[in-house]
Write a protein that binds this ligand. Structure first.
Ligand code: NAD
Ligand code: MG
Length: 297
């Protein structure tokens, strides 16, 4: 779907709301199976040179929020390395084409960030491919739903923690020797980190941890001139939802927000651009909530 992103409009009807088709996806999910098709800014996002010449590593860049961030960063003048899971090659190639169409470099680096060695290699590959690293943007995440503590699964938990939380330490530790003053690290929390739903207990804990990590790491890295911030999305129309949610929940997705609809990925991309850019030079340790009116903190 495409809309005039910049025209003043009623935000509650700018994009579709429920009911949505009761779809289900397996695996990491794909943009191609999303109906209605999400808006990642393909037709609409206009850059203005705010990230000219920056070099960015973006995890989860194939689909959803990460895809919108990659498109926006490229149109703002950044070169990007796209990370995603190996099964998501097709989605990633579409993003790479959009980045190149903006006149910027796109390098694809599939890899599972739930392991330290992959994280180390990803950073090293980025530095080799782009000649350095200025923006570490961590969007990748998983969201298993578990209705009861009695169904807690230790294996699922370890994979979740390594993907959502440990990777922040692994990626930023590997990145630090390359980050110069002026660099920016951005992590992706969630409204769940502040207002946990009962069926998302494990996920919510990791997202609370991410927000906490942002606040602590920002203080540690301030003296090096490096900023650390987070984004806490509310409900967004991405493959994460048909992968994780039961179809009857997807049907009503976003309906509980004051806007009465979910956000589209393009509606959060500029928050990442802002935090990455020097517009936010006095902003560090902040977690910006983008929720369609839901107060989270
Ligand atoms: P998405 O499925 O499009 O993106 C998530 C991406 O994470 C996948 O594309 C995949 O490439 C990546 N990923 C997952 N596990 C990985 C692993 N082990 N190694 C490498 N990559 C891995 O969905 P999205 O909604 O755009 O999710 C992006 C982020 O936003 C996630 O961190 C999610 O928790 C967060 N978030 C989403 C919502 C929402 O409603 N969509 C709300 C709050 C927070
Ligand atoms: Mg994906």
């Amino acid at each position: 779907m495409a809309t005039d992103l910049y025209a003043p409009t009623d935000v509650t009807t700018k994009y579709p709301g429920p009911p949505f088709p009761a779809a289900k996806q397996t695996g990491p999910g794909t943009v191609a199976e999303m109906e209605p098709r999400p808006d990642h800014g393909e037709e609409s996002y206009r850059g203005s040179g705010r990230l000219a010449g920056r070099r960015a590593l973006i995890t989860g860049a194939d689909s959803g929020i990460g895809r919108a961030v990659a498109i926006a960063f490229a149109r703002e003048g950044a070169d990007v390395v796209l990370n995603y899971l190996p099964d998501e090659e097709q989605d990633a190639q579409e993003v790479a084409e959009l980045v190149r169409a903006a006149g910027r470099t796109a390098e694809c680096r599939p890899g599972d960030i739930a392991g330290e060695e992959t994280c180390r290699r990803l950073v090293a590959d980025t530095v080799a491919a782009l000649g350095g690293l200025d923006l570490l943007v961590m969007v990748a995440g998983q969201m298993p739903t578990v209705d009861s503590l009695e169904d807690f699964d230790t294996e699922v938990w370890h994979r979740l923690v390594d993907t959502n939380l440990s990777s922040l330490f692994w990626l930023s530790k590997a990145a630090l020797p390359h980050l110069e003053p002026g660099a920016s690290i951005i992590a992706t929390s969630s409204e769940q980190g502040f207002q946990p739903s009962p069926s998302l207990l494990e996920y919510a804990v990791t997202k609370a941890g991410i927000a906490n990590w942002v606040r602590g790491a920002a203080q540690q890295l301030a003296e090096r001139g490096i900023r650390v911030n987070g984004v806490a999305p509310g409900p967004f129309w991405t493959p994460l939802q048909p992968v994780s949610d039961p179809p009857e929940k997807l049907e009503q997705f976003g309906g509980q927000t004051p806007y009465g609809r979910p956000g589209q990925p393009v509606e959060i991309a500029s928050t990442y651009v802002y935090l990455a850019s020097q517009d936010a030079s006095f902003t560090s340790g902040e977690v910006v909530a983008v929720t369609g009116g839901v107060p989270v903190h």
